[in-house]
Design a binder for this molecule. Structure first.
Ligand SMILES: NC(=O)c1ccc[n+]([C@@H]2O[C@H](COP(=O)([O-])OP(=O)(O)OC[C@H]3O[C@@H](n4cnc5c(N)ncnc54)[C@H](O)[C@@H]3O)[C@@H](O)[C@H]2O)c1
Length: 265
C-alpha cells in the first residue's frame, strides 16, 4: 500500500515493487491544498501508475483519497486488502512542498505541511497497522521523511519550511514509537531520508523562483557526491531492500539516501 502513488517517488516504488511481484494499493489525488504553488497528483497520473504496474502482470487497486482524511484512508485500505487478499508492505510517502509559495498564507502553510506529512503519515499507520497485526505474520512499514527530518534547513523562517522540517522530524518520532509497539508482531518500521529527488515537487516554476530569490538556499542544498538530484528509482532501491527479508532485523532506523548531504561540511 503506497500513499502519494500517482507520480514521482510513489509511482517509482509502485513499479519497483510490482517488478518484484507485489500487487499494489495506490492512493493519491488529494483535495486541493491552497498553500501548494504547483500541481499535485491527478487522476490521470494515478491511471498512468496503474498502467505501469499492470505491465508487470500485477494487480493494482487505485483510490482517490487524501491522507488528511482518516476515514478515506481506512476505507481505501480495507477495500484494497479485501480485493487483493492481504497486506505486507506500507509506504507512507505522500508529501507537499509549500515552503516555496507566495508569502501569503504563512500560518496556513505550516498547518498544511503538518496535516499532510505528519498527521497523514499517522493516518496511514492507524489504517494499516491493525491489519498487519491481525494477519499475524509480520510486515514492513517505511515512512518517507527527508534530509530535512535529520537536520534543519538553512532557510528563511517561512512557515512552510518550518512545517516541512517539523513534519519530517515528527515522522521519526512516530516511526520510533511504532517500531517499538509493533516489534513483538515482527512488523518493522523505518524512515527513509532522501536528499533532493528529481520529481515534480522540485521541478516546477515556483521552486525555481524560490531558489533564484534565495541563492543561499541553493548552496546549502548541495550534496557531497557529485549528483545534484537523485532519480526516484534511487530511493526505490533502498526501500526495496528495507522491505525485503534481507533487512529482516532492521527496524527503528533512519536510513539516509542522501548522496552525503548530511555529512557535507
Ligand atoms: N523531491 C524531493 O526533492 C524530496 C526530497 C526528500 C523527501 N521528499 C519526500 O518524498 C515524498 C514523495 O515526494 P515526490 O518527490 O515523489 O513528490 P511528488 O510531488 O511528485 O509526489 C508526491 C505525491 O503525493 C501526493 N499527495 C500530496 N498530498 C497528498 C495528500 N494529502 N493525500 C494523498 N496524496 C497526497 C501528491 O498528489 C503527489 O502525487 C514526499 O513525502 C516528499 O516530502 C521529496
Amino acid at each position: 500500500m503506497i500513499t502519494g502513488a500517482a507520480r514521482g517517488q510513489g509511482r517509482a516504488h509502485a513499479v519497483g515493487l510490482a517488478a518484484e511481484g507485489a500487487d499494489v494499493i495506490a492512493l493519491d489525488v488529494p483535495a486541493p491544498v491552497d498553500t501548494v504553488p504547483y500541481r499535485l497528483g491527478s487522476r490521470e497520473d494515478l491511471d498512468q501508475t496503474v498502467r505501469l504496474v499492470e505491465k508487470y502482470g500485477r494487480r493494482v487497486i487505485a483510490f482517490e483519497a487524501d491522507v488528511r482524511d482518516l476515514a478515506a484512508v481506512g476505507e481505501a485500505v480495507t477495500r484494497g486488502v479485501s480485493e487483493l487478499g492481504r497486506l505486507d508492505i506500507v509506504l507512507a510517502n505522500a508529501g507537499i512542498m509549500n515552503s516555496i509559495g507566495p508569502a501569503g498564507d504563512r500560518d496556513g502553510a505550516f498547518y498544511d505541511a503538518i496535516d499532510v506529512m505528519l498527521t497523514g503519515a499517522w493516518h496511514t499507520l492507524r489504517a494499516t497497522a491493525p491489519i498487519l497485526v491481525d494477519q499475524g505474520d509480520g510486515g514492513s512499514i517505511v515512512i518517507t521523511s527527508s534530509t530535512a527530518g535529520l537536520r534543519g534547513l538553512r532557510t528563511h523562517l517561512e512557515a512552510g519550511s518550518a512545517g516541512y522540517v517539523a513534519a519530517k522530524h515528527g515522522v521519526v518520532g512516530l516511526m520510533r514509537m511504532y517500531a517499538n509497539l509493533l516489534a513483538e508482531h515482527s512488523i518493522r518500521v523505518n524512515t527513509v531520508h532522501p536528499t533532493g529527488v528529481d520529481t515534480a515537487m522540485v521541478r516546477n516554476d515556483a521552486f525555481d523562483e524560490f531558489v533564484s530569490e534565495h541563492p543561499g538556499l541553493a548552496r546549502s542544498l548541495k550534496n557531497a557526491l557529485p549528483k545534484p538530484l537523485l532519480d526516484p528509482e534511487d530511493v526505490t532501491k533502498t526501500i526495496l531492500w528495507l522491505v525485503s527479508d534481507d533487512a529482516r532485523y532492521v527496524t527503528g532506523t533512519t536510513v539516509p539516501v542522501d548522496a552525503g548531504f548530511c555529512v557535507r561540511t
